[in-house]
Design a protein around this ligand. Sequence first.
Ligand SMILES: Nc1ncnc2c1ncn2[C@@H]1O[C@H](COP(=O)(O)OP(=O)(O)OP(=O)(O)O)[C@@H](O)[C@H]1O
Length: 359
Amino acid sequence: MVKANGKAGNGPVPAEPILSVRNLRAYYQMQYFGIDREVRAVDDITLQVNRNEIYGVAGESSCGKTSLIKTIAAANRPPLNVIGGSVKYSFLDRDIFRMSEEELSRVRWKHLSYIMQGSMNVLNPVRRIRKSFIDFAFRHINKPEREFFDIVARHLERLRLSPSVLKAYPHELSGGMRQRVTIALATICRPEFIIADEPTTALDVVVQKDVLAMIREVQQEMGSSILFVTHDMTVHANMADRLGIMYAGRLVEEAPTREIFANPLHPYTAHLIQSLPRIGDLSPKKALPGAPPNLSDPPAGCRFHPRCPLAMDICRRENPALTALRPGHRVACFAASSEVRPVSEIRETVPPKVAEARS
Ligand SMILES: Nc1ncnc2c1ncn2[C@@H]1O[C@H](COP(=O)(O)OP(=O)(O)OP(=O)(O)O)[C@@H](O)[C@H]1O
């Protein structure tokens, strides 16, 4: 089930994929008063995460980030169902959707772990932290209890946490300490792959900086890969090696983080970057007209077209494929592709709704 050569060694780390997601579709499928309803939260996503890499997933609220990572971890539950596609980890011998729950429980935390949005989602409020380490890691580390807690204490110290936290209940710790404990739990087994879902969103900026530095440090020390999800582009700028931008259930752009910030090709990405505050920049920030689409009835063609200042007729009819326009830089946008029409020409065809909102 788990490949023998799964763990990252100490030698040079080759740039090979540890996670390959192909054409993944996962929809919320529900029935209201006998009528079927589908929310297409993850719609045809293809991406790869390399060894020793932090891959960031960005996008505004409700674009499908959490649904994507739940599915990638095979932690999706009805009504979120996998409709198609595959998710393969290099340390597993087959697609994650072909594994039984029992096989998955042997893989979780040891090879594939999760840092969640709120620490209280992981830590049981009525159990001391010590018990959580037993619940999550004892069977994976497979040592006598005393030796196990020596390993835990050393790991906590490495993460600048006193081993005395083991005696505490979650409510006795500050939010920052609790989040550090969840990171300690997610990394104690030295997993190859970590999924982090908005791990610092609930923390104030000073604690956030500290927790982010800790995630980076532990990732580098272990040679793990991280799929890091947040809507906060400034966090991505500091953390991610590569960045995937989601809009309405689809990946619309992907490139090395530096390249995305310097040269965004998709108009939605350009908007996300332009709206970031910059020291000395007093110009008013403009919101995008309109709202993200309802994913149970998304618009035809490119899902961004009703809000896009560059939209053309083809965008209303056809879904642009995610295409490499530069090495390592993929974008799903007809306007960004110079083969369709030059950008100067495209700018003249502003859709009426957007033109109204601008005036
Ligand atoms: N349990 C559910 N049942 C039905 N639809 C859901 C459910 N959970 C989420 N959705 C819908 O799926 C879509 C994607 O939601 P998701 O939570 O994955 O987005 P997100 O980008 O993670 O948002 P946020 O940043 O606010 O957490 C949204 O349209 C949302 O309303």
